[in-house]
Each structure stands twice: as structure tokens, then as C-alpha cells.
Ligand binder design. Structure first.
Ligand code: PHE
Length: 410
């Protein structure tokens, strides 16, 4: 069923055994929501850029990258699960859709940029529900300085400015050590320098969180904004952290970050510099700030969505009534060669597009005698813009079943 070549962004790519990109995904690569005036993703991007005003702002880098850029240049191990066809979209063995904006770290650092933000669409094969979509937007931010005393002092000076600013803000920070046995400085780094980088990273991001959330969270002396730092692991930073913000009674995971691995900077020919990087997911934050209940809405071309927003303003989204859902169940025997759930999700996405709201595996069964395995899924259909009729849903479900039979050989 795979054609011998597929056109993406004006170029044609030969297919091979790796090809798993679908037309539903190809149709997204030209949308550029982060550049659409008034779109919540665009406003949020501009807000973060404002905050890092003296950084270079990159916004139109193609989503097509090599596995080298996406993984190897960042020291991902050969057997990292992210590389697999079940997790990432490949045009062919040599070309893929970036899974994160970190894929561009080496090229941007090698252009000599020391402070930069890069906003872009990223692609991951994943489950289907109100907060997961195979395309979303990230902002990569990075700051490096020369790893001598002058560079390190410049970082410290900036940290003093940020510390002063934050001391005047209604914010409480739950911290972890900058560097520890489980979250170590890199062997190439003077541990004191590492601490200074991690500290500047934390202050820079605490300040950004305050800018983004204090307004909507109503941070006051009595009820300050709460930000929490957690030790994390990424193949391309050490020490590494995750940041969470307490909002409406819940801790929300906001971003990942850390001190850039020296091997990344070596590859970019800036071996005598050091610094930090972070990766911020925009949809999750925009859903919270604008009260947007379903991630598909960002892709809606219904004027009732986009007309609610004005460039630069964060306002509360007013749902234009929730249209009824309609679900269908499908069960099947797994083929001999096995089956990944993400393959089922892409079949449904490709046929139903944004009319699918949720797909859940609801049952699994292994026949006690033959050992054959079966699975059952519930597919929930709902349009964001209108009521679906039964005939239409039946037709979609029939196509899903046919495609599961033909392509996945269930
Ligand atoms: N790229 C990481 C992700 O998508 C986030 C990250 C960026 C972590 C930069 C550390 C440094 O999860």
C-alpha cells in the first residue's frame, strides 16, 4: 500500500521499509500554527520570545531532519526506544520528522549563536485522547558562555539580576541541588561552573514561569505561585531537571532542561563554551492558560475558534457547545507477526482525521489453548464543529475495519 515516493514540503522522498508517515501527518507540516497571527500557540510563542528579548528567535526551520540530527548528535544510545518506527515518523531510513526541537541544537550552536530560542512543530506517534496529538509545538531555549572565568562571571552577574527580580515576586520554589550524586556535573566540567550554569538555568525559568502563570494563577503574597524542580534524565544534558507548576490544585509538568552535554558543543565546534538548554511544550501550557479543553481545537479552521482570540492577549476560550460523541468498538485477532497499538492509532487518525477524539484499548485476551491473542478498542468520534450522524460514523468505522484488515492484517 506504500507508494514508491512521497512528496513533503515540495520535495519527493523515496520510501522504504522504514516509511510510516501517513497523509494525515503530511497535511500538518505546512500549517505553522506558531506563526498564525492571533492563534494561542502564536501568542504564547511571542510571550516567551518577549521574555528572552536578547535571544535570537528562530521560527521557520523545516521539520524534516536526519536520525543523526534528532538522536546521534545528542548522544542518544543506539538502542534508545525513541528511534523505533513505532514511536517516530519516518519518510524513509534517512529522513524523519523531528520528535523534539533539540534536534537543531548542534546546527544552531555551530552558527555561533550563544543565546537562542527556536520554535517549531514536532511529531510523535502516540495515543489518542483530548491531550495527545501527533503534532505539537516546542520551544527550545539555550544560553552558552565561554567556559573561562569571564564567561562564568557573566552568568553569575545575570543570576544576581534574576535573583533580585524574583525576590520581589510572589513565588515559592521547591528546589533540588544544582548538582548531586544522582544528577552529576559532567566529567569535562569544573563542578563549580556546572553549579553556576544550573543556577542560572533555574532562575531564568522560574522567572519565565512567573511571567506566564502569575497573571492567570493570581499569585499573591498569601497565595504565591508554586514552582517545583525535580531531578530528571535526558541523554543530552547533565545535570538534568523537570519543572512543574502548581495550578488549580494540580502539579503540571511544564518542561525539561539541563546543562548541555559537552559532546553536543564539541560537535558544534564550540568546545570552549558551556551552558544550558530547555524544551518547552506549548500546547499543554496554552490549554491551561486559555482553558482549551481539547488539543484538536488548535487545528480547527472553524472561525468560531480562531475569532475568539486576539494577538497578544490571553483570554478564556468559550466552547461553542460540545457536540455529541458517538463510539464504536472493534475487536480482532492479532496477526502472527504482532501489532503495535500506535499502528492502530495511525490507521484511525488517517481515516477519521480530527473527527476522532479518543481511542482506548478496552480488552485483551489470550486463548488458553491456541495462544492466539485478541484486542478490543473503543473509538470515540466527535466533531469539534458540528453533530455527526450515525451513517457517517458507521462509514468511518467500516473504513477503519477494512484498513485494519488490509494494512495490519488483523
Ligand atoms: N527535548 C526534550 C524533550 O522533548 C526536552 C529538553 C530540551 C531537555 C533541552 C533538556 C534540554 O523532552
Amino acid at each position: 500500500p506504500t507508494p514508491s515516493a512521497i512528496p513533503v514540503l515540495g520535495k519527493t522522498y523515496p520510501t522504504d521499509a522504514y516509511t510510516n508517515i501517513t497523509p494525515a501527518i503530511v497535511s500538518k507540516v505546512s500549517r505553522q500554527l506558531h506563526l498564525q497571527d492571533g492563534h494561542p500557540i502564536c501568542t504564547l510563542r511571542a510571550l516567551v520570545e518577549d521574555h528572552f528579548a536578547d535571544f535570537a528567535h528562530l521560527r521557520s526551520v523545516s521539520p524534516l531532519v536526519t536520525p543523526y540530527q534528532n538522536f546521534d548528535s545528542l548522544s542518544f544510545p543506539e538502542d534508545h526506544p525513541g528511534r523505533s518506527k513505532t514511536d517516530s515518523y519516518y519518510l524513509n531510513q534517512d529522513m524523519m520528522l523531528r520528535t523534539h526541537t533539540s534536534a537543531h541544537e548542534v546546527e544552531v550552536f555551530s552558527e555561533g549563536k550563544e543565546r537562542w530560542l527556536l520554535t517549531a512543530d514536532v511529531y510523535r506517534r502516540d495515543e489518542i485522547d483530548a491531550s495527545h496529538y501527533p503534532v505539537f509545538h516546542q520551544m527550545e531555549g539555550a544560553k552558552i558562555v565561554s567556559s573561562d572565568e569571564a564567561g562564568v562571571q557573566a552568568m553569575e552577574e545575570d543570576s544576581r539580576r534574576l535573583e533580585h527580580e524574583l525576590s520581589q515576586s510572589n513565588i515559592i520554589i521547591e528546589d533540588v541541588p544544582h548538582v548531586s550524586g544522582t544528577n552529576p556535573a559532567q566529567p569535562e566540567h569544573d563542578p563549580r561552573h556546572s553549579e553556576i550554569m544550573a543556577k542560572n538555568l533555574k532562575l531564568s525559568l522560574n522567572s519565565l514561569m512567573y511571567k506566564l502563570f502569575a497573571g492567570v494563577a493570581g499569585a499573591t503574597k498569601e497565595d504565591p505561585l508554586r514552582v517545583r524542580w525535580i531531578e530528571a534524565y535526558f541523554p543530552f544534558t547533565s545535570p538534568s531537571f523537570e519543572v512543574e507548576v502548581f495550578f488549580r490544585g494540580k502539579w503540571l509538568e511544564i518542561l525539561g532542561c539541563g546543562v548541555v552535554l559537552q559532546s553536543t558543543l564539541d560537535r558544534a565546534n564550540v568546545a570552549n563554551e558551556m551552558g544550558w538548554a530547555f524544551g518547552l511544550g506549548l500546547e499543554r501550557i496554552a490549554m491551561i492558560l486559555y482553558s482549551i479543553p481539547d488539543i484538536r481545537l488548535f487545528w480547527s479552521e472553524d472561525p468560531r475558534f480562531i475569532s475568539q482570540f486576539k494577538a497578544g492577549d490571553i483570554t478564556t476560550f468559550k466552547p461553542y457547545s460540545k457536540y455529541p460523541e458517538s463510539y464504536r468498538d472493534v475487536s480482532f485477532w492479532k496477526p502472527q507477526e504482532g501489532l503495535h497499538e500506535n499502528d492502530v492509532y495511525d490507521v484511525v487518525r488517517d481515516i477519521a482525521g480530527d473527527l476522532v477524539e479518543d481511542v482506548k484499548m478496552i480488552d485483551q485476551f489470550t486463548h488458553p489453548k491456541t495462544g492466539r491473542e485478541s484486542m478490543a478498542f473503543r473509538v470515540t468520534y466527535r466533531s469539534m464543529d458540528r453533530s455527526l450522524v450515525n451513517d457517517e460514523v458507521n462509514a468511518l468505522q467500516e473504513q477503519v475495519i477494512e484498513r485494519l484488515r488490509e494494512h495490519l492484517r488483523v
